[in-house]
Design a protein around this ligand. Structure first.
Ligand code: DC
Length: 219
């Protein structure tokens, strides 16, 4: 069974998808971490995606091996879980995510990962539209940009990062624009999605609501 959870940054996808996976005993896959992993890899190699020829990018992508182990993200053997949570990586990930070769490679990897599992909760931007158009359940989580910026701000402050709310809000709006207006796999729900606004709702409430939808699909 495939449960697709899509939506913009800060809508609560990770927290909710993780909780659902735990409650119904499914494997949780965060595809945003895969785009971040590619961004991190390019940063580390000191390569800018714009300056690479198609063949060069393809060769680099072939070197990338991403695995998930106990909620850790492993890139070519290196645990990058925390390293990809910076604003720098987030910004670059949004740029990297516009590239068709990157999307093709990661979509392929996502399908391969899911093939090995009986039940997967996969979160991202295009899971129910491109990666698994036949997903059993498709959920689109959303919240206002201000609410999402507030959540991201609190998350980063809790991690000890020195950030400004205004800057985060601007970055979220910029990333939303980039993610929704890109030519390939733009962030946009089709009519078969259940859209849930997470503003003023508790995580438990939303997770239980989604689990109800999953159960109704199964029966
Ligand atoms: O969810 P996130 O913020 O960690 O995602 C990082 C970037 O990757 C974000 O700009 C959107 C992009 N992304 C995507 O294009 N498709 C996905 N399935 C997941 C993420």
């Amino acid at each position: 069974m495939i449960i697709a959870i899509d939506g913009p940054a800060g809508a609560g996808k990770s927290t909710i998808a993780k909780l659902i996976a735990k409650k119904i005993n499914c494997t949780y896959i965060n595809t945003g971490a895969m785009y971040r992993a590619v961004a991190y890899f390019l940063l580390k190699e000191e390569k800018s995606i714009e300056s690479l020829k198609e063949s060069e990018l393809q060769a680099l992508l072939a070197e990338i091996n991403i695995q998930f182990k106990d909620e850790r993200t492993i890139l070519n053997g290196e645990d990058i879980t925390e390293k990809i949570r910076t604003e720098e990586v987030a910004r670059l990930a949004s740029t990297v995510a516009k590239n068709p070769l990157v999307r093709e490679r990661l979509t392929h990897l996502q399908r391969q990962i899911a093939k090995k599992e009986e039940c997967v909760v996969m979160e991202g931007r295009d899971i129910g539209t491109v990666v698994f158009p036949n997903a059993d359940v498709k959920i689109f989580l959303t919240a206002s940009p201000e609410e999402r910026a507030r959540r991201r701000y609190e998350e980063l402050v809790a991690k000890g990062q020195n950030v400004s709310y205004e800057e985060i809000l601007q970055q979220i709006k910029k990333r939303d624009k980039q993610d929704t207006e890109r030519e390939i796999a733009p962030l946009k729900p089709t009519e078969d999605y259940t859209i849930i606004d997470t503003t003023n709702k508790t995580i438990e409430e939303i997770a239980d609501n989604i689990i109800k939808i999953v159960k109704s699909k199964l029966s």
